[in-house]
Design a protein around this ligand. Sequence first.
Ligand SMILES: [Zn+2]
Length: 191
Amino acid sequence: MKLGLFANNKIERACPQLLFAQRRIQLVKLMKFVADGMLGKLARWLRLAGHDVIYIDNLRASAVDQDEILLNLAKLEKRELLTCDLLLYRRARKSGIRTTFIRTSDVVSQLAEISKKSGHKIEINPENSRCPTCNGLLKPVGKEKIVEFVPRTVLKTRREFWRCSKCGKIYWYGKHWKTIIEIASRYNKLK
Ligand SMILES: [Zn+2]
């Protein structure tokens, strides 16, 4: 199988642990979460790492209904609730819902916290990635199919592209991956 975004020499040099992560793909457990309205950044990161995350703000529910929706989704779909609301956390615990109370605002520490609690590593791997915007699965897509949607300079310089199967957003290996690698390295040091 073709190795996606990280099959790039520069990246191999910059972040060998990510390649290591890629080879261990079968050992990574993909988890299901539902995240409260304060955790949008964390939701995007978990999706990028391949986890199935419902982010409450994506559902456009009114603020008064959000807690009930979060609890119901966690229960019905067996998702772990991620929240920084202590009252909601306690309610979930009382109802026997698996939940993690997120104490910090730094996304790297949040990822480390979840990883520690679940006992599973969280690894960014393009083979598994979901769309950070909508949680859809990303599929490799041929250049010829996306010519009209991607800037010409990107088409010239990039060979691999992925399209979200849900919202249609197109992804390629660009500058933002530098941030991703930096965050992943920080997370790896924290674990
Ligand atoms: Zn999407």
